[in-house]
Design a protein around this ligand. Structure first.
Ligand SMILES: [Zn+2]
Length: 460
């Protein structure tokens, strides 16, 4: 909900500064599912204008979103599915912390259901919210190469001398899991991979615990006035951290209410720019209904909900009043009700991929199923390509039996490669055997018609 948005966002600024370095993590409740506010504070210490940047990007995204909603300028449906390579760093000190491949795969599967709106629990979305539930069109794939180009399976196990990464009984934590020299694993190139660290976040005899946290996007290369010193491409802390007991579906170690693997869905939402749906007021009791999450189609809410209470409506609105959206992954009532992101949350996450985390999906953009995509589309990426890398060519077409020829010419017009490829299949060309320079790539259909001609740069 977004009336008087700027007033509310101003409040958010003040709220965060008041919070300062107080330890929020265990104030009212033994489990603070997520360390989002703590992460924000850390960023603001390094980059005081961070919230101004965040508010500005929300403003621009909202404007762009409204444009897609206007009937006059209805854009053609955005059917791109973004693939994001993921690496799970399993940092373990005991055998039980070294969770199984099966649990990791079930977590990945859950992310892929939730971000494609294929999760069967959409059935529990109340009718009032059903039409708002969105397919984000993001697919998470296990990284099949490490940053050096060596084959990998996307699960990186590190035997650590550290028994926990919590630093006190209240649920505070260090980020040493992100550092090889401190008993963790330094991030794989954070502009190319979504790094997910799985580790122990429990402190002995704890009364508070953080189950997960994520770094929101920082710095957009296109916005000079908001240049930050911590761009994604260089920020080694960028990624998601999850307590090993809540990873995967029905993790046998998971506490009650954390068995559905939704914490990862929530944290990846933050990683892709989403705020909590209640807006993170510093004092929810007095300010909760005045602080918004910056998203139009999530109803105003005062504070986090830990339980699925269909009757709760913490901020009644004069117009278009709706109950709290406990079905939303960005609330805290995860097991039992969380089942959706909204349309504008979907737009926001894709906006972040296009403007902030641009290195993540570029190598792996694919088009959605042929039923959704009516025309033949050729994707060639990355361009420029590096001399020791893979060039990918995909021809998406609703003629699933179609075949195409791909021809590569050097700058003198000499043919250096010809390949036949099938529709809707990814073809990779290893570039190591070609010299650095300018090339032209031609794609023809089976009748010999040129459907794509692209200038290609091969760099060192
Ligand atoms: Zn959160």
């Amino acid at each position: 909900m977004m009336h008087s948005q700027f007033f509310k966002i101003l409040f958010l600024n003040i709220a965060i500064f008041i919070v300062g370095s107080n330890n929020l993590l265990a104030q009212n409740t033994p489990v603070e599912i997520c360390g989002y506010q703590h992460e924000l504070e850390k960023i603001i210490q390094k980059q005081p204008n961070y919230l101004a940047l965040q508010n500005e990007w929300y403003r621009r995204a909202n404007e762009a979103y409204l444009e897609t909603q206007s009937t006059k300028r209805k854009i053609t449906a955005d059917t791109l599915v973004y693939e994001i390579p993921v690496v799970f760093h399993v940092i373990y000190n005991t055998n039980s912390q070294n969770i199984s491949d099966a649990l990791i795969l079930s977590q990945l599967n859950e992310l892929n259901l939730d971000y494609r709106k294929l999760n069967p629990d959409t059935s529990r979305i109340r009718p009032v919210f059903k039409s708002l539930a969105a397919d984000i069109k993001i697919r998470f794939i296990l990284a099949n190469k490490d940053p050096n180009g060596n084959p990998a399976n996307g699960i990186n196990r590190i035997n650590s001398s550290r028994s926990t990464f919590a630093t006190n009984i209240y649920g505070s934590y260090s980020e040493d899991m992100k550092s090889t020299s401190n008993g963790g694993q330094t991030a794989w190139n954070p502009s190319r991979y979504l790094n997910i660290w799985v580790c122990n976040m429990e402190y002995p005899s704890y009364i508070g615990i953080t189950y997960g946290f994520a770094t929101p996007p920082t710095g957009s290369p296109n916005w000079a006035q908001f240049q930050s010193s911590t761009k994604d491409s260089t920020d080694p802390k960028s990624g998601v951290v999850l307590h090993y007991k809540i990873v995967g579906k029905n993790n046998p170690l998971a506490p009650t209410n954390y068995k559905e693997a939704n914490t990862a869905t929530h944290e990846v939402g933050h990683y892709l720019g989403l705020r909590h749906i209640w807006g993170d007021a510093a004092n929810p009791f007095t300010q909760g209904c005045n602080v918004d999450d910056g998203i139009f189609d999530t109803p105003n809410a005062k504070d986090k909900n830990y339980t699925c209470n269909a009757n709760i409506n913490s901020c009644p609105d004069a117009v278009d009043d709706k109950p709290d959206m406990t079905e939303n992954y960005m609330d805290y009532a995860l097991d039992g009700c969380a089942a959706m992101f909204t349309r504008e949350q979907a737009f926001m996450m894709r906006y972040v991929l296009n403007n902030f985390r641009t290195g993540l999906p570029i190598r792996t953009i694919v088009y959605d199923t042929t039923t959704e995509y009516k025309e033949t589309v050729v994707s060639i990426y990355p361009n420029p390509t590096k001399a020791n890398d893979y060039l990918t060519v995909v021809v998406n077409s609703n003629n699933t039996l179609g075949s195409f020829s791909v021809t590569l010419f050097d700058n003198n017009g000499k043919e250096v490669l010809q390949k036949r490829i099938q529709a809707n299949q990814k073809t990779e060309v290893f570039t190591a055997s070609y010299s650095v320079g300018v090339y032209y790539l031609l794609v023809k259909d089976s009748n010999g018609n040129i459907i794509k001609k692209e200038k290609l740069i091969l760099n060192l």
